[in-house]
Design a protein around this ligand. Structure first.
Ligand SMILES: NC(=O)c1ccc[n+]([C@@H]2O[C@H](COP(=O)([O-])OP(=O)(O)OC[C@H]3O[C@@H](n4cnc5c(N)ncnc54)[C@H](O)[C@@H]3O)[C@@H](O)[C@H]2O)c1
Length: 393
C-alpha cells in the first residue's frame, strides 16, 4: 500500500514537544511532514524550530492553515482552547494529558487547598462538554495522548485480556518521583490541581482503559468508573517536613501525595497512588489482579538493563533513567526509555488512525472519564474520603 503523507504542526516547544517530535520522526506507517511549530515563547520557539530544521510560526492560525494535524504540547490550561481551535478547522488534534481541567477563579490569591472542589468539578465537566461538542462538529478527531495506554507492558496486558476473557478484580498502580521539573507545576491555577491530576492521571487512565477493554471483549460494552474515594496531602508543606534537599518542596498550593480508590460499575476496584515524595527515580507501575492471571506492568524502572557503576563521574554523559538522584552504584538503566514509556507506539498508532482510520484506543472519552474521576476524587478528598459518584462519557 502506498503510504499517505500527513502534514503536522507542533504547538508548544518545551519538554513534551521534544519527545513528540522524536516520536513523529520514528513513524513508519505514514509519511509525516512536520511543517512547523508555534508557541507563545517566541525565543524558545525559534530555537526549537531551528534545531529541527522546521519553520516557526508566531501565530497559531497560519500554522493551522498548512497542516492536517496538531500536537497540543502546552500546559493543561491551554489544552481546551487550542484543541477546540484545531477541531473547528477540521484538524486532527493530538492532545497531551490531562485532557482539560479547572484553572482557578482568576483571582490573584486563588489557592487550591481552599478552593471549592465542587466548583472545580463542575467547571471541568463543562470544559469536557465544550471539547466533545467541538469534536462532534468537526471532520477531525481528538486523539488523547495518554502514553500509559500505549506502553508495551499495558498493550501486552490488553492482549492477555482479549485472548483469555479475564475478569479484572483489582488494579493497583502508581506514578511517583521526587518532584516535577516544571515551574508551572507548583500552581494549581496553571495545571488544574496537584499530583493527583498531574501524575495520577497516568495510572488511573491505564486502569480505566483496561477495564474498558475487559468489558468490550466480554460483553461488548466498556466497564466504567462508578464512584471514587480519595485523600490528598501536601507533605512538603507540613511544618515538620525535614528537608534534606532531595525532594522538591517549593509548591505554592498543590497536593504532593494522593490516593484514589475507584469502584467500577461491575463492583471491582482500582487503587491509584500518585506522589512527588519518592526518591530513587521515577516509579511507574500497574499491577492487574485478574480471575485467571496476574500481571505487573513495570513501566519505569524495569530490569531490561541493570548497571553497576562504582564511580559517579564515569557515567557523567550517560543517560541512566528519569529522575534518578545518583548514577553511582546499581541502577535500572533504561536502554530505550521512550519505548518502555509508550511514546513512539502512541504516535505511530495515532498517525495510522489519522491516515487509514485504524481503531483509536486513546480517544476523547477516555480522557474525559479520567478528568471526571479525578475532579470527583478532589471533591471526595475535601470530604475526608467519602465516596463521590463519577459521571462517565
Ligand atoms: N505524557 C507525558 O509523559 C508528559 C510528560 C510531560 C508533560 N506532559 C504534558 O505536556 C503538556 C506540556 O508540558 P511540558 O512539560 O511540555 O511543559 P513545558 O513548560 O516544558 O512546555 C510548554 C510549552 O507550551 C508553550 N505555551 C504555553 N502556553 C501556550 C499557549 N497558550 N499557546 C502556545 N504555546 C503555549 C510554552 O511556551 C512552552 O513552549 C502538559 O499538559 C503536561 O501535562 C506529558
Amino acid at each position: 500500500m502506498k503510504k499517505k503523507t500527513i502534514r503536522t504542526g507542533i504547538i508548544g516547544t518545551g519538554f513534551s514537544a521534544s519527545f513528540h517530535y522524536e516520536a513523529v520522526c520514528k513513524v513508519h506507517g505514514v509519511n509525516v511532514e512536520v511543517v512547523g511549530a508555534h508557541t507563545v515563547d517566541l525565543e524558545g520557539g525559534r530555537k526549537y524550530a531551528e534545531k529541527r530544521g522546521i519553520r516557526f510560526f508566531e501565530k497559531l492560525d497560519p500554522l493551522l492553515d498548512e497542516v492536517d494535524v496538531i500536537h497540543v504540547c502546552v500546559p493543561p490550561i491551554a489544552h481546551e482552547p487550542i484543541s477546540v481551535a484545531g477541531l473547528e478547522r477540521n484538524k486532527f488534534v493530538i492532545c497531551e494529558k490531562p485532557l482539560t481541567g479547572y484553572f482557578g477563579d482568576g483571582t490573584p490569591d486563588f489557592h487550591w487547598q481552599r478552593a471549592d472542589k465542587q466548583v472545580a468539578l463542575d467547571a471541568a465537566l463543562k470544559s469536557i462538554d465544550r471539547m466533545l461538542a467541538a469534536e462532534a462538529q468537526s471532520k477531525g478527531k481528538l486523539l488523547y495522548a495518554e502514553n500509559w495506554v500505549y506502553a508495551p507492558a499495558v498493550q501486552k496486558e490488553r492482549e492477555i485480556l482479549e485472548k483469555t476473557g479475564g475478569q479484572i478484580l483489582w488494579i493497583h498502580g502508581e506514578e511517583a518521583h521526587s518532584g516535577s521539573h516544571s515551574v508551572d507545576y507548583a500552581y494549581a491555577a496553571r495545571c488544574g490541581g496537584g499530583v493527583m491530576i498531574g501524575k495520577g492521571c497516568h495510572p488511573l487512565t491505564a486502569a480505566l482503559y483496561l477495564k474498558r477493554v475487559e468489558g468490550r471483549v466480554r460483553d461488548g460494552k466498556p466497564i466504567r468508573p462508578k464512584n471514587v474515594s480519595a485523600r490528598t496531602h501536601a507533605v512538603t508543606r507540613l511544618k515538620n517536613f525535614r528537608d534534606e534537599g532531595h525532594i522538591r518542596k517549593d509548591y505554592y498550593d498543590i497536593d504532593d501525595f494522593s490516593v484514589m480508590h475507584v469502584e467500577f460499575d461491575d463492583g471491582t476496584m482500582a487503587d491509584i497512588i500518585a506522589s512527588d515524595i519518592v526518591l530513587g527515580g521515577i516509579h511507574n507501575w500497574l499491577e492487574v489482579c485478574a480471575n485467571n492471571h496476574r500481571a505487573v506492568c513495570n513501566i519505569n524502572p524495569n530490569t531490561a538493563l541493570m548497571t553497576y557503576n562504582p564511580v559517579e563521574k564515569n557515567f557523567a554523559d550517560i543517560y541512566v533513567v528519569e529522575k534518578i538522584g545518583t548514577k553511582q552504584g546499581w541502577a535500572c538503566t533504561s536502554p530505550e526509555e521512550d519505548w518502555f514509556t509508550g511514546y513512539p507506539q502512541e504516535i505511530e498508532a495515532f498517525y495510522r488512525t489519522i491516515a487509514y482510520g485504524d481503531p483509536l484506543e486513546g480517544d476523547i472519552h477516555l480522557g474525559a472519564d479520567a478528568i471526571s474521576t479525578i475532579y470527583s476524587a478532589y471533591v471526595s478528598a475535601d470530604r475526608q474520603g467519602a465516596a463521590v459518584d463519577v459521571k462517565t462519557y
